[in-house]
Write a protein that binds this ligand. Structure first.
Ligand code: FAQ
Length: 311
């Protein structure tokens, strides 16, 4: 027996209209959104660390200013997304507890180290490039606050992607040593950036339902394909080699055929065993504890302001 509420929800989805916070929604839809949006928010916040590592060592004042702006954008995206998740009934404290206790997932990509300056280029080009491919369709997600948040986030991500490309381009026009550094960073980030799109479609338990609900618009493999198609001509311009000897364009299907992704490595990273998982979480935990006084002061200020308006 389908209730009136449910019928209306199904109609909104079928008509490409948006679900808003006060609308009735199935519990599972709410849960899926909280899961995806909070993981996305956590990714932005943890994602500040690999690049934060280079702010004090950027090679020029200009590079430093740009990198600082980018990392601040990521903080903004995180807060924006936490707010979107809060419209679904979860609190910021609950989400933060899930993150620092290690229960919450965040993107696998941020558990890899950034040993050289070229990593800033590779992150911008590959990681932000993958983020854009994944997030542009999310601008049309059926849940209003999430879709609208994605519009602004995507605009900023495209600036991030270009700044990464430009870092790599400068290095590739530099000395042999700089070119080697750029290629080495691309070699290390290429495969993990392909894994960002999530497991292959036949091992993606959430995809089918999320696509029915029009949260996701394309499957993980479809978006991965689109990403590789975007990278190939850009790699040519840069003069870097994508580290996949099996990569080729298949004229029959009109698609790129890519080599085998190391899914064992991906699932190990998800289990907490990537090269930097422990370090990333520890950093976040310490920052959270060090910031306790700010939260207390803000709460106390709010309490006093409320008292003032009462009299
Ligand atoms: N890492 O059934 P599916 C950025 C999990 S961009 C970790 O396919 P779904 C910008 C998945 O959660 C990065 N876990 O799941 C930036 C699920 O586990 P669960 C963030 C992953 O949700 C750039 C399980 O595997 N972007 O931050 C990953 O339908 C530079 C099964 O997977 C987003 O979050 C992974 N890579 O599809 C910042 C985009 N992939 O929850 C700083 C929004 C999958 O059942 C610097 N999210 N899992 O326990 C999405 O589009 C989707 O959630 C997917 C996964 C596509 C990530």
């Amino acid at each position: 027996e389908v209730s009136d509420d449910e019928r209306r929800f199904d109609e909104l989805i079928a008509n490409e209209q948006r679900i808003e916070p006060r609308d009735w929604m199935p519990e599972a839809y709410r849960r899926t959104l909280v899961r995806q949006i909070s993981q996305h928010a956590h990714s932005e916040i943890i994602g500040m660390q690999p690049e934060g590592n280079w702010i004090t060592r950027a090679p020029s004042l200009k590079r430093k200013a740009i990198l600082m702006a980018k990392v601040q954008d990521e903080a903004g995206h995180g807060l924006y997304l936490y707010s979107a998740a809060q419209t679904l009934g979860i609190t910021r404290d609950e989400m933060m507890d899930q993150l620092i206790s290690g229960k919450a997932k965040y993107s696998s990509i941020f558990n890899y180290p950034t040993p050289t300056w070229a990593d800033m280029g590779a992150i911008g080009w590959l990681v932000d490039g993958a983020a854009i491919c994944n997030q542009v369709p999310l601008c049309r997600a059926s849940y209003g606050p999430y879709g609208r948040a994605m519009v602004r986030v995507c605009k900023e991500e495209s600036f991030h992607q270009r700044q990464g490309f430009e870092i790599l381009l400068s290095l590739m026009q530099g000395t042999d040593e700089q070119r080697k550094m750029a290629q080495d960073a691309v070699d290390r980030w290429y495969w993990p950036s392909l894994a960002m799109f999530g497991p292959p479609d036949d091992q993606s338990p959430n995809s089918a339902q999320s696509m029915k609900w029009k949260i996701k618009r394309f499957s993980n493999d479809e978006l991965r394909q689109r990403f590789v198609g975007m990278l190939v001509p850009q790699a040519e311009i840069l003069g870097v080699t994508l580290p996949d000897p099996d990569l080729r364009f298949d004229d029959e299907t009109g698609q790129y055929v890519i080599g085998e992704i190391d899914w064992d490595e991906f699932f190990e990273v998800l289990r907490g065993n990537g090269p930097c998982n422990a370090e990333r979480l520890e950093r976040r935990r310490t920052a959270h504890e060090d910031g306790a006084w700010v939260r207390e002061a803000a709460a106390e200020y709010a309490r006093k302001q409320a008292l003032k308006t009462e009299v």
